[in-house]
Design a binder for this molecule. Structure first.
Ligand code: FAD
Length: 417
């Protein structure tokens, strides 16, 4: 990996008021038209632009973002990357993403800090252990790595957890995915943005799409706060605002938007070197490279677009944390925030044609789309470039809500949404 900046140049730029930095990505005035417009400058939108250029040679492409890159869920998430799902369709999707993450820093020539520190999903009773065994078997059959651990094996990996038999939910064992881990959220967005920009893609920030331009029932461009921009084809990757965007094209999506909250503590010395999740407590956590504990839980119970934290969820998630690891009771909380996530009835994403000509969708990732960013981008790029599904995205077409071929991961692997 190469760097343009030596330690000396960093020092010199500090003294010069940082006037010598090259821009990491371009900041153009939008052209009147592009071959492809991607709405949403989160991880999925930026990855789509990058793979349009890399896999399909399409560079007359614009990413249009209403705020700043990664300012949506990509910059608000707890960065867990894993592929421990149940159905073969899900493993094909999420393990593809995991494999892309494994080579991503090299591919983008930018360190996305993917740390394969493994993930423990705790179980707390014999019936839960049976469900965990079923999941491990399914993952292994579907080609993802998974192991079933005893309580003693869990203790060896994460001794700070509460192994008391008097705990509210005593630890019985865990599912372990060794290749899972965490990445650096901003770096994923920035890495894709830099690489897409270098390939010739226009990255347009502070530009909101306010409507679609439709001709003869086909989407042929977008109206934005920076004017009209026409396009051969449009892709939308706007997460919590997917229903809003779809409505502009006269579509109603089977999506409900909720706030999902997360927390980070003050920095402490290393206490855990893996990701630990207890579905029973509804809490998961890991430790960032800076030392802060990155803590998450379940969805707010009421649908909303309120992108902020609240005290009831803080109490529920942190009570779970302290029960999982009582020694963390005195750690101080540093920050608390929320993002708006888009949840489908079967807790799997929608990737495919929208039902209106010229508009393709990548949405419905709910609480778990950070881990899928490289695959989501790859698959939407394939759709936009060829007009056809990639074999991995085909089962995730929105028509499954008409045919009934759901991929119900909430029921199968017990994911939180
Ligand atoms: P976003 O990053 O939200 O990007 C969409 C962009 O579209 C936004 O920047 C927005 O400003 C823009 N936009 C919206 N409307 C318009 C418009 N009209 N015009 C122009 N631009 C528009 N996933 C995991 O895999 N692991 C986790 O540990 C995890 N933890 C999470 C924790 C929290 C608290 C939250 C909120 C989410 C978490 N997720 C996690 C989910 C994950 O963050 C998302 O699924 C993923 O980031 C979605 O990426 P995206 O690019 O689709 O959306």
């Amino acid at each position: 990996m190469t760097s343009h900046y030596s330690a000396f140049s960093v020092f010199r730029e500090g003294l010069r008021g940082q006037r010598g930095w090259a821009k990491a990505w371009n900041d153009p005035t939008p052209k009147r038209s592009y071959d492809v417009i991607v709405v949403g400058g989160g991880g999925h939108g930026l990855a789509t632009a990058y793979y349009l250029a890399r896999n399909h040679g399409l560079t007359n492409v614009a990413v249009i973002e209403k705020g700043w890159l990664g300012g949506g869920n990509t910059g608000r998430n707890t960065t867990v990357i894993r592929s421990n799902y149940y159905y073969p369709e899900s493993t094909a999707l999420y393990d593809f993403a995991l494999r892309l993450y494994e080579g991503l820093s090299r591919d983008l020539n930018f360190n996305v800090m993917f740390s394969q520190r493994g993930m423990l999903v705790l179980h707390h009773s014999e019936p839960e252990a049976e469900m965990a065994a079923r999941n491990v078997n399914a993952m292994q059959l579907n080609g993802a790595d998974a192991e079933l651990l005893t309580a003693e094996e869990v203790r060896a990996r994460a001794p700070l957890l509460n192994f008391s038999p008097d705990a509210r939910y005593p630890i019985h064992g865990a599912t372990w995915q060794k290749r899972a881990g965490t990445g650096r959220h901003d770096a994923v967005a920035w890495g894709f943005a830099r690489a897409a920009s270098k390939a010739g893609v226009d990255i347009i920030q502070n530009c909101e799409v306010t409507d679609f331009i439709m001709e003869a029932g086909k989407v042929v461009g977008v109206n934005t706060t920076k004017g009209e921009i026409r396009a051969g084809v449009v892709g939308a990757a706007v997460a919590g605002h997917s229903s809003t965007i779809a409505r502009m094209a006269g579509l109603s999506l089977p999506i409900t938007s909720y706030a999902l909250q997360a927390f980070v503590s003050e920095a402490v010395k290393p206490v855990i070197d893996t990701v630990a999740f207890s579905p029973a407590y509804g809490t998961y956590f890991s430790q960032s490279d800076k030392g802060g504990l990155v803590i998450g839980g379940g969805l707010d119970r009421v649908p909303s677009y309120g992108q902020r934290g609240n005290l009831p969820m803080q109490e529920a998630v942190l009570a779970g944390l302290v029960e999982m690891a009582p020694m963390l009771a005195k750690v101080k909380l540093l920050r608390h925030w929320a993002g708006i996530v888009d949840v489908t009835p079967d807790s799997s994403p929608i990737i495919g044609p929208s039902g209106v000509d010229g508009l393709y969708l990548n949405c419905g990732w709910g609480t778990g789309g950070f881990k899928a960013i490289p695959a989501g981008g790859w698959l939407l790029a394939h759709l936009l470039a060829t007009g056809e599904h990639h074999e991995i995205s085909r089962p995730f077409d929105r028509r499954r809500f008409i045919t009934g071929r759901l991929i119900d991961e909430a029921a199968a692997s017990g994911i939180a949404h």
